[in-house]
Each structure stands twice: as C-alpha cells, then as structure tokens.
Design a protein. Structure first.
Length: 368
C-alpha cells in the first residue's frame, strides 16, 4: 500500500473496522435537512429522518454534505446538525444492539471549504465521533493539482477521507487521471465517491485506483444517473509495471437518491451483491437500471440542470410525512416548473421503488 511520509493515520472511533466495513459495501444515504416554515431546523423531523434511515438498514449516514445543504455553515448549523444525527443514530443503534458491535455503522461528515475551514470541520467531525470525511473540493475549482493534493493531505491527517468527484453542474470540477493517481497515494484515503455523471471520468478514477494498487480503498457510486449499472459492472484494468488485469467492483453507494425510498435502496444493493456471484447477469437488471435512472431524473430535476435536486428529495419526504415542507435555507431553492408532475409520473410508473407502506407503518414512532 502506498504511504506518505507527510501523513500519520488519524484515529477513528472504536468498535468499527472502517476499511473492512466500507469494502463490504454499504448503502449510505446523504442526510437531508429538516426545516420548519420559518426555515429553522426542526429537530423533531430531523431525528425522524435519521430513525427512518436506521430502520431501513443502512450501513452509514453522510451528514453535512450537498443534500444537507452546504449553507448550514453560514447559518451556524454545521456542528448542531452533525451532533443531532450522531446522537440519534447512536440511540437507534443501541436499541438494535449496535453498541455491542453486532451492527457496524459508519458516520461520514461532509468537509468543504478552503483548508482552514476544512480543518475546523474535520476537527469538529472527529470530536463528534464521525469516522470519515467526504471531502468536497469545490473551493479549489481554480487551483492546480499540487494545491488540491496538499489540501487533501492536510485533512487526511485529522480524519480518514473519502474522495469525492463531484459533477460540475452542482459545483464540482473536472480532474485528470493523473490527479487521481496521485490522490490514491494518500494513505488515509479509505474510499472514493465517484459522482461526475460521466463514464469517461468514472473510468479515470477506477483505473487510477487500480494502478495505485489501492485494493484497500472502497469504490462507491455517486452517479445518480447510473446507479445500477455502476454496481453491476466488473471494472477491469491493468495495473502498473506489467501487472495483469485487475478487476474491481463498485461496492456501495453514497447517494442523495438513497435519502428517499431508502429501504428499497438497501434491498437493491443486497440484490446487486448477489448478482455479482452469478456467472451471467440477468438481462432484467438492464431494464431495472433504466427505471432507477428515470426516477432519479425527476427527483434530481435533470431537465433543469439539477436546480431542484434538493427540493425534489424533500418533496418525496413531504408526501410521506417525514418532512413538514420542502423549504431550503435559500428561499430561491424549490421545485422547478413541471418537476412535481414528473415526480407524480415516476411514482405512478414505479411503485415498487417506493417505501410508502413501510413509512406509513412506522412514521408516528419515528416522529415521537
């Protein structure tokens, strides 16, 4: 495994083999932010969402990420929201026996901003018991690779990091294969969320990971336009220095899409894992892949450049009674024209993808 002379691995909270857990493949939803009509944090609904995710069987949560709204930082909500999610998840795990180690669970904190800000966020996340940081690089969209990698090294000294290839449409940038090859030389990288919504760039990340010999780094999809295809593909590329071909699997998802219909998403991942073991892929998977992508297009507002992606998630949760409304911190954010009708369409077309009955049976308890 590559090492860096500049890096000492950061400690992680007890009772979790972080790398093993991530490599086993987990469904990790990106946690939304529950606001009331005054656009203030609703602790009651925020806790209910966390309880829903735990009851759905997820292997972790990502908090303080894009779906949580980056603006929580401007509103002084970063630490309170992370603390609330961690506390509620820990309570739910204890009720399920998770504190004894029978239910491994990873808490991922979104880390963003320039290096000074990102260091503060990583320190906050570490103090609150988060295991890893999903490292957004949007603040470095005009920086060269050396500057970006220096930033990554600095954060990795505080908290294990999950790389994040974010699509440009929502604030990310394009990175070269050479960048990712160097990124995977950072010892304290434990996973990477691949979300450029671009097949060429997805290949760059996986090929670089294989070339770096990082079989200890878990590959996760964030490509909401290709979730099922990502999970089912056997990615095969040659290693460096004449090594033979190496095959890797995208083992899980860290997704805003999985913040809704979460129980069904957990089942989808388990079904995909079973499909990996089959010698021939059932062709019906390709049809199902299209259904998931079509549903995502409505949720994420692909027709309008993803302008309503957060509001679309909120709308599903509002309809299910898990949010009081679709309010965002930014009053300008909401559903795009026609998006509600598109959500109606996919809900009617693919009822098997929803969690409505499960939520109806348990919602009152989660909202207690």
């Amino acid at each position: 495994m590559p090492t860096s002379s500049l890096l000492a691995p950061a400690p992680t909270p007890a009772r979790l083999d972080l790398r093993a857990h991530l490599l086993a493949g987990q469904a990790i939803p990106a946690h939304p932010l529950a606001l009331d009509a005054s656009r203030r944090l609703s602790e009651r609904y925020q806790r209910a969402l966390t309880r829903y995710y735990l009851a759905s069987g997820v292997g972790g949560l990502a908090v303080g990420v894009h779906t949580t709204q980056f603006a929580i930082r401007e509103h002084g909500l970063y630490a309170p929201v992370l603390e609330l999610a961690a506390e509620t998840a820990d309570d739910a795990l204890r009720s399920q026996g998770g504190n004894s180690g029978s239910r491994p669970f990873v808490k991922v904190a979104g880390i963003c901003g320039p290096t000074a800000q990102a260091i503060r966020e990583a320190e906050t996340a570490h103090r609150l018991g988060y295991h890893a940081g999903l490292l957004s690089l949007s603040a470095f969209n005009n920086a060269d690779d050396d500057a970006v990698l220096a930033h990554c090294h600095a954060i990795a000294q505080i908290l294990p990091i999950i790389g994040f290839y974010l699509q440009p449409a929502v604030g990310g940038r394009t990175f070269s294969y050479a960048f990712w090859r160097r990124f995977f030389e950072i010892e304290n990288v434990v996973a990477v969320k691949i979300a450029p919504f671009n097949r060429y760039q997805t290949i760059d990340v996986i090929r670089a990971c294989i070339a770096a010999g990082r079989d200890d780094v878990a590959l996760y999809t964030g490509n909401d336009d290709s979730i099922v295809t990502d999970l089912l593909t056997r990615w095969q590329f040659p290693g460096e220095q004449g090594q033979g071909r190496v095959t890797r699997q995208i083992v899980g998802g860290l997704l805003g899409h999985w913040a809704v219909w979460t129980r069904r998403s957990v089942a989808l991942l388990e079904e995909a894992k079973a499909a990996w073991k089959e010698p021939v892929l059932d062709p019906s998977w390709l049809t199902h892949a299209v259904k998931v992508t079509d549903a995502n297009a409505a949720l994420f507002d692909a027709a309008n450049g993803f302008a309503g992606c957060i509001a679309g998630i909120h709308e599903i949760l509002r309809r299910q009674g898990l949010l009081p409304g679709i309010w965002c911190l930014d009053p300008r954010e909401g559903l795009s024209p026609g998006q509600a009708e598109e959500i109606d369409r996919v809900c009617q077309a693919y009822p098997e993808q929803t969690d409505d009955a499960f939520i109806e049976a348990h919602r009152d308890d989660w909202l207690r």
